[in-house]
Design a protein. Structure first.
Length: 394
């Protein structure tokens, strides 16, 4: 009986025993198998381009733009009426005149006659005055012969009213002669200043009434440009207050535009500011003046800067010390830059941006001299990651 039970138990235990032995053998093989040699993971190195920065003292220049306009514009009109008998060859659109140069002549014949008549009237009045003066002197001597004080004499006895009337006629005649002479002078129309003709309105043979337009001129000695400035721009500029003239060392401006396919520059200076803020743009305006925009005074190789030209302007700003100047693309998130330390690892720096423009950023805090700022894109910057300066670094 026991023998059968043993045989039956052995039949059940044998498979489990085999499995246990196999599992133990497998575990032993895994535990005592030779380990493969370990290879360290290579650290990621990102190629970058860097720029070594050094602080410097610099002027924070402000960029603006505007349209060239003449400083002075004048509409020339006829001050006397008459027929035009002579017109200068320069009286054409675009023609230049020097100050005092004859532009046009109106027939002076009637005005010359008026001058002669006024001169004749003056001679008559002067003769009458001389006669009245002689009669008054004679009356005074006769009064003195009577032995009475002259201060007691009636005014008619001394002919004083007649003398005063004669003097008044002389004064009136002199003024009439002066007026007639001015009218005659006005038949010759002269340029009031060095000018360029913008528009011509009179021709030879044309009859002009008093007040008829002859030409529209503008001065060529100066040109002005209204430059819009934001409130933050004004922080960096020294500008005259509204109503004040520019100081001797006025703020300098460089104007540049393209003429005939070539870029040229003109020097100007801020001469005044306008005391009004534009209600739409909220901009302030400073006025820059450029001398001799048409090159009429000679001594310049620059082409003319015509009225109506659109120019860009770089205004010299206040001088600031300890400023770092970096490319705009080096700035991240508005106030961060990436730098490479001595171990060629990336470091993120918080910086203070005092100004930026289309291409550059100006920083006065957060960087040190000789820092190597990363100027190339880094898609996912990680603090401390290893970087390798590119062979073409600045």
């Amino acid at each position: 009986m026991k023998s059968r039970l043993w045989q039956k138990s052995r039949q059940w235990l044998l498979p489990f025993l085999i499995i246990a032995v196999g599992s133990a053998a497998t575990a032993a093989m895994i535990m005592f198998r030779p380990q493969p040699p370990s290879t360290p993971t290579a650290e990621r190195v990102v190629p970058v381009q860097t720029l070594t920065v050094v602080s410097r003292d610099m002027n924070i220049n402000i960029n603006s733009q505007g349209t060239v306009a003449p400083r002075t514009q004048t509409t020339i009109v006829a001050e006397v009426s008459g027929r035009v008998i002579s017109v200068s060859d320069k009286l054409v659109t675009g023609g230049f005149f020097s100050a005092g140069e004859v532009m046009l002549v109106i027939d002076p014949a009637d005005y010359e006659v008026a001058v002669e008549q006024a001169r004749a009237n003056l001679l008559t009045a002067e003769a009458q005055l001389a006669q009245q003066q002689a009669q008054a002197d004679q009356a005074a001597r006769e009064w003195d012969l009577s032995g009475r004080p002259r201060e007691n004499a009636p005014i008619l006895a001394l002919r004083t009213p007649f003398l005063r009337e004669a003097e008044a006629r002389v004064l009136y005649s002199e003024s009439e002669l002066s007026r007639a002479q001015r009218q005659l002078d006005r038949t010759t129309v002269r340029a009031p200043y060095d000018a360029l003709v913008r528009e011509k309105s009179a021709e030879i043979g044309q009859y002009l009434g008093t007040g008829a337009q002859i030409a529209n001129l503008f001065a060529t000695d100066y040109a002005e440009i209204r430059l819009p400035l934001s409130d933050s721009d004004r922080r960096w500029l020294t500008l005259p207050e509204p109503g004040q003239l520019a100081p001797v060392n006025a703020t300098q401006v460089t104007l540049h535009t393209t003429v005939a396919g070539k870029k040229h520059r003109w020097q100007a200076e801020i001469v005044r500011t306008e005391g009004v803020v534009d209600s739409n743009s909220r901009m302030h305006y400073a006025v820059a003046r450029v001398v001799d925009p048409y090159g009429m005074q000679g001594g310049s190789d620059l082409p003319p800067l015509p009225a109506g030209s659109f120019v860009n302007a770089e205004i010299e700003g206040n001088r600031i010390t300890g400023v770092f100047d970096i490319p705009l693309e080096a700035l991240r998130n508005g106030d961060q830059v990436l730098v490479m330390d001595m171990e060629q690892r990336l470091r993120q720096r918080q910086v203070n941006v005092i100004r930026s423009d289309a291409n550059r950023v100006y920083i006065n805090d957060g960087l040190n001299d000789n820092d190597r700022v990363i100027v190339s894109p880094v898609p996912i910057p990680i603090e401390g990651m290893r970087v390798n300066p590119d062979a073409g670094q600045s």
